[in-house]
Unconditional design. Structure first.
Length: 167
């Protein structure tokens, strides 16, 4: 009898500790958005678009001195254009191109078929690993991204005005 009660208690304990999963599917491509990116003491505000063809573009609105800088991520290729100049980039050359590549990597990771959306305290989130960094993305009940955090790189992204672009 003690073994049965112990088994039931352990089973209940393990079931209570498991994270709940959700049937919500992330909608992280075919979208446009405004993003407020905080990286250490720097703040960037950009518009972004992730096409259904897995291509991402980010254009800086703030800070003013790099307003108009456009980063395009397509697979593993990153291209920057600014004031008529265009160059394929090593993402380590500028902070913003690095950040865009990290955001794109996390969004791209959520396109996997086996992606799992967890739920805790009525908050939907995805935890994963992209570009050799762990991330946590909070999503809305619609599947659209709300925020992204990559703790080891000390930056967070708040997604605003997220819209489905139907591309």
């Amino acid at each position: 009898m003690k073994k049965i009660i112990s088994f039931i208690m352990i089973t209940l304990l393990l079931c209570g500790c498991a994270k709940e999963t959700s049937k919500v599917k992330p909608v992280t491509c075919g979208i446009s958005f405004t993003a407020r990116i905080t990286w250490y003491n720097e703040v960037f505000v950009c518009t972004g678009e992730i096409s259904n063809q897995t291509k991402a573009t980010f254009e800086i609105n703030e800070p003013e001195d790099i307003k108009g800088l456009k980063i395009t991520c397509d697979g593993d290729n990153v291209t920057a254009s600014f004031k008529g100049l265009q160059e394929e980039y090593d993402v380590s050359k500028t902070p913003f191109s690095f950040i865009c590549a990290e955001v794109y990597g996390a969004l791209r990771d959520t396109w996997r078929e086996d992606i799992e959306v967890a739920e805790k305290e009525q908050q939907l989130y995805i935890e994963g690993r992209a570009n050799e960094e762990d991330y946590k993305m909070i999503i809305a009940p619609t599947g659209l991204p709300l925020s992204l955090e990559i703790p080891n790189e000390s930056f967070t992204v708040i997604f605003e005005d997220v819209k489905i672009t139907n591309e």
